[in-house]
Design a protein around this ligand. Structure first.
Ligand code: NI
Length: 249
């Protein structure tokens, strides 16, 4: 079930049978010569959409702009600074918790979001801790590539040249979902260099075509489809386990 394609009475009804929701969260940023700018928000959205076809789970609208300051040297990247991103996550959670959602799982598609999402969770829990009251909700961050079995499958599909950014696995997922937007390019070198992530000018100088350690030419829609199906199944399991968690209080 998709929240944005439901009505408020339908969400009220859903809350009678479940207090859990999945929010796909990502980033709109350069993904090398063939990766779509939306890759990092599309991947979790594609997986979550697939998961809700098989199970009675609720998927919220995609939080599609993340913390991508290091990619701002490439056209089309849109970034929130960490403080803005955290403030927005806070208001999403307060809105959902106010309706009665108790388990909020953020399905993330961008490594650069992780620190800020975790810090946003700490800010939200701190509000309850300082007030000496229960939060009333629990928050969980799941990176889609960490869902059960997904890393192993990606390693099998791409034993070399997977890399850290503009990876063949994430590009394969978008190729499966958006087969009319598949691009190609020549790579020099075939596998991109690796290195640290700092500010945008430094990033562009280190990684001139935007890739980090990856060879996206290995991506195919078929490999993407296998990743999506496995990730969707694992998401349903992960959300089930999170939903069944009880508070010791
Ligand atoms: Ni990415």
């Amino acid at each position: 079930m998709l929240l944005h394609r439901s009505t408020w009475p339908e969400i009220e009804q859903f809350l009678q049978r479940s207090r859990s929701i999945v929010i796909p969260i990502g980033s709109n940023e350069q993904h090398g010569p063939i990766g779509l700018l939306g890759t990092d928000w599309m991947c979790p959205e594609i997986i979550a959409n697939e998961a809700q076809k098989e199970a009675d789970i609720l998927i919220g609208p995609t939080f599609n702009i993340g913390m991508a300051q290091h990619h701002l040297g490439f056209a089309g990247t849109i970034s929130l600074r960490p403080s803005t991103f955290m403030a927005a996550i806070g208001d999403w959670v307060r809105s959902l918790a106010g309706h009665g959602f108790e388990k909020i799982l953020f399905l993330n598609g961008h490594g650069g979001n992780i620190a800020s999402i975790e810090a946003a969770f700490s800010e939200l829990y701190a509000e309850a801790s300082f007030a000496g009251r229960p939060a009333g909700f629990a928050l969980k961050l799941c990176n889609w590539w960490d869902l059960e079995g997904v890393g192993a499958l990606a390693n099998q599909q791409f034993p070399t040249g997977h890399g850290m950014h503009a990876t063949p696995s994430e590009i394969a997922v978008t190729q499966w979902a958006y087969s009319d937007s598949i691009k190609s390019a020549d790579y020099h070198p075939q596998i991109a260099p690796s290195g640290p992530i700092r500010e945008a000018l430094d990033f562009r100088a280190r990684f001139p075509d935007g890739r980090m350690g990856s060879d996206p030419a290995q991506a195919t829609p078929e490999k993407g489809g296998a990743l999506v199906r496995l990730a969707a199944q694992s998401l349903v399991k992960e959300l089930g386990a999170f939903s069944r968690e009880t508070s010791p209080r």
